[in-house]
Write a protein that binds this ligand. Structure first.
Ligand SMILES: [Zn+2]
Length: 164
């Protein structure tokens, strides 16, 4: 066998010139996003110091957002507060999931941001359509008046999950 097969050399060079080394295996492509944007998202998640941003969180937030808007029919949907504030459980509150998507969008380079932005904008349109405006949002200033997805009528988590 020749000692320096061109293919082997190319492979070695590829490995040496990889700009990043990951501690975690390469992530799956995020549903609805190109491989390139999925990689940019994963890179941002891996490098972020934000407690609520961790590897895989964008995928989970997108799934939660979609799942919240999925029930068929025209009945309004009511976002609800999650009791546990840990970064896993917090995603149950769809408004928190939207916060996380906002943080990821702000942190991404221009092209992946545009692609993820289109996906989120489509979900935002459904969210606006399926939730009701909170008439007291302006009075209840403690309720994050800065972000519009908190200005929608809130429900009870147990009603939402069918427990009561
Ligand atoms: Zn928790």
């Amino acid at each position: 066998m020749p000692r320096n097969r061109p293919g082997a050399l190319r492979a070695a060079r590829r490995v040496r010139h990889r700009p990043f080394r990951w501690d975690t295996p390469s992530p799956d492509r995020i549903h609805g996003l190109s491989a390139r944007t999925s990689l940019a998202v994963h890179r941002f998640e891996a490098l972020s110091n934000h407690y609520y941003v961790f590897p895989g969180v964008t995928d989970r937030a997108l799934r939660r957002y979609r799942e919240f808007l999925t029930p068929p029919g025209r009945r309004p949907r009511y976002p609800f507060l999650e009791d546990c504030g840990c970064r896993g459980c917090s995603l149950l509150d769809v408004r928190h999931a939207r916060d996380v998507l906002g943080a990821v969008l702000r942190g991404l380079p221009r092209r992946p941001r545009a692609e993820l932005g289109r996906l989120v904008a489509a979900l935002d349109a459904v969210y606006l359509d399926r939730t009701l405006p909170d008439p007291f949002a302006d009075v209840r200033r403690e309720w994050r008046p800065d972000v519009w997805w908190y200005r929608r009528l809130e429900g009870c988590r147990y009603a939402a999950t069918g427990v009561v």
